[in-house]
Every structure is written in structure tokens, then in C-alpha cells.
Design a protein around this ligand. Structure first.
Ligand code: AMP
Ligand code: ZN
Ligand code: FE
Ligand code: FE
Length: 287
């Protein structure tokens, strides 16, 4: 049964649908619950939760933090975070400030490469949300510097590319602590981006993260192969971690990825939400 999606972006970060639009879309698609998990921001949660009440669709307040991991890309999802947690708000302000400085540096780098992208254009494309590389890419396509969104990344914006600037990231410990202190359940997002090809090393890494507070792994994810899904599921079960899943829906910035479905092979039951709630309750009992 296709009932939930635990990884969804909105215009608060780099998705193309506003939180209210995403919620209405989820309702249209027949979903019962979604987690709004924007990159490094909780700005979309209020609107999403409000629309959830109108639509009678459960909206789980979440976020996706970028974590420092030199070998690859590590993202940490936090479910059921309290958007009013002052520590969380403060930490996210640090990230936002660093991000705006980074955007300015990338803009300069592009300029040196003969590509003019203005801050006002970025703001227009990003709307009220935070500005990131996908917005740069959109403008580069619009102005004809590249033929496609992907080309903008492949030639300029990809990690290590000529216009790339490193992003501010929390250490895994700090990211986990921020989520836990805001009452959230920390879950490792899309483990395949860790670039950890060795199964034993991946298991060791997950055990290390578990010691630091990790409570789940995102197993069902559009870009995970069947083998990866099987292995991540095995690891989660072996170590008592919550098995999460989601589409990482971004609207038009991730073509082919459909809300609740990914590339069509994702189908998550509501029982995931119940398990997540149980994890959260267990936390309160321990506290
Ligand atoms: P930023 O937060 O500014 O670093 O942008 C990160 C976003 O850029 C990701 O969520 C993806 O949507 C997109 N992205 C990152 N790397 C690539 C890539 N190589 N190709 C296409 N999109 C990418
Ligand atoms: Zn994104
Ligand atoms: Fe991610
Ligand atoms: Fe994501």
C-alpha cells in the first residue's frame, strides 16, 4: 500500500512546490502521511502542518541536515523535531548565514568563468526559500549558458566542479545531538551517497553512528538498487534500527521522481509512521 512518504522537499529548500502545495498534492495522490524534510531549514513546517490539518493529512515535522563526511555525502534526517526548540533554531541560523556566504562565493566563481548569475535572479527563482545550487542551475539553463540542469552540475556546480564551494556542515555527532535535543529521531538518509562500497565498513560506520544516537536508516529510496535496499534492510534489522523510506521529492528539480512513488517502485505503508511514533515514545520513556 502506498500510504506515506518520509522524505519530501518544498520551496523552503530546493523543492518546487510550496509546503501547502506538497500537502495538497500528497492528499490528491491518496497518501496518509508525509514528512517534510527540507535541507537545513524548518521554515516550511508551519505552513505544511497547517495545510495538513485542512486536508486531514498527517504532516511529520522533519528536516535533513548535511553532515561532514569526507568520503562521500552524508545526510541525516530528523523526524518529529520541535520547530520551536531554540537550540535548533539557533544552529540553523548559523547554517543559513554560512549558506548565503557560500552562494556569494559561487556567484563570484561563475562570474570569473564568464557566467553572470545575479543575486536578485537567485532570489526570484528561490522565492522565499533558501538559495542553493539547483537555483543556480535553473538560471544557467534559463540564460542559455548550459543546455540542461544536469549539464550545469556536470560542468560547473558538482562537488569539486569549477564553480563549487564547500558547504558548511555539522559533524555527525553534533547533527545527531541537534536533532535529539529538538526531540527528533535521527535517521541516516540514502546511505548509498556515503560511497561506502565495502559492506563491512558500512556496517562499522552505522554502528559508530548508532552509538552516537542514530535510530534509523533510509532503506527505500529511488536511487537505491534492489541489492542496496536488501543490504540496508538487513543492517537495520540486525541492529534494531528503524527502516525508513521516501522519494526525496523535489518537484521539478528532480525529474522523474514522484511523490510517494520515486521512480514507481516505492510503496510505503502507514505502519512506518507507527513505528516512528513508537521510537519517539520510547525516547520520552527513557528521558
Ligand atoms: P546545495 O545545498 O546548494 O549544495 O545543493 C544540493 C542540491 O543540489 C541537492 O539536493 C540536489 O538537488 C542537487 N545536486 C547536487 N549534486 C548534484 C549533481 N551532481 N547533479 C544534479 N543535482 C545535484
Ligand atoms: Zn535537495
Ligand atoms: Fe539528501
Ligand atoms: Fe533530500
Amino acid at each position: 500500500m502506498r500510504e506515506v512518504d518520509l522524505h519530501v522537499h518544498t520551496t523552503a529548500s530546493d523543492g518546487t512546490m510550496s509546503p501547502a502545495e506538497v500537502v495538497r498534492y500528497a492528499k490528491e495522490k491518496g497518501l496518509r502521511a508525509i514528512a517534510i524534510t527540507d535541507h537545513d531549514t524548518i521554515e516550511g513546517l508551519d505552513e505544511g502542518i497547517r495545510e495538513g490539518k485542512v486536508q486531514k493529512l498527517e504532516v511529520i515535522p522533519g528536516l535533513e541536515l548535511s553532515v561532514d563526511y569526507p568520503k562521500g555525502t552524508m545526510h541525516l534526517l530528523g523526524y518529529y523535531i520541535d520547530p520551536d526548540c531554540s537550540q535548533l533554531v539557533e544552529k540553523l541560523m548559523v547554517v543559513q548565514k554560512a549558506r548565503s556566504e557560500r552562494n556569494f562565493k559561487m556567484l563570484k566563481k561563475l562570474q570569473e568563468l564568464g557566467i553572470e548569475v545575479g543575486l536578485s535572479e537567485l532570489k526570484r527563482v528561490a522565492g522565499h526559500g533558501q538559495i542553493g545550487r539547483p537555483h543556480f542551475a535553473q538560471i544557467m539553463v534559463q540564460k542559455g549558458y548550459v543546455n540542461s540542469f544536469q549539464e550545469a552540475f556536470d560542468h560547473f556546480l558538482r562537488k569539486g566542479g569549477p564553480a563549487y564551494v564547500e558547504k558548511f556542515k555539522f559533524s555527525p555527532e553534533e547533527a545527531m545531538r541537534i536533532i535529539v535535543e529538538a526531540g527528533g529521531v535521527p535517521v541516516l538518509a540514502h546511505p548509498f551517497t556515503l560511497n561506502q562500497l565495502n559492506k563491512r565498513e558500512l556496517e562499522e560506520l552505522i554502528l559508530e553512528l548508532k552509538e552516537k544516537g542514530l535510530e534509523g536508516i533510509e532503506v527505500y529510496y529511488p536511487d537505491h538498487t534492489v541489492q542496496q535496499r536488501e543490504f540496508y534492510r538487513y543492517l537495520a534489522e540486525k541492529h534494531g534500527l528503524f527502516i525508513s523510506g521516501g522519494s526525496d521529492f523535489h518537484g521539478q528539480t528532480k525529474e522523474g521522481v514522484e511523490l510517494g512513488e520515486g521512480y514507481g517502485d516505492i510503496e510505503l505503508p502507514y505502519s512506518l509512521v507507527e513505528e516512528l511514533k513508537a521510537k519517539r515514545r520510547a525516547r520520552f520513556m527513557r528521558a
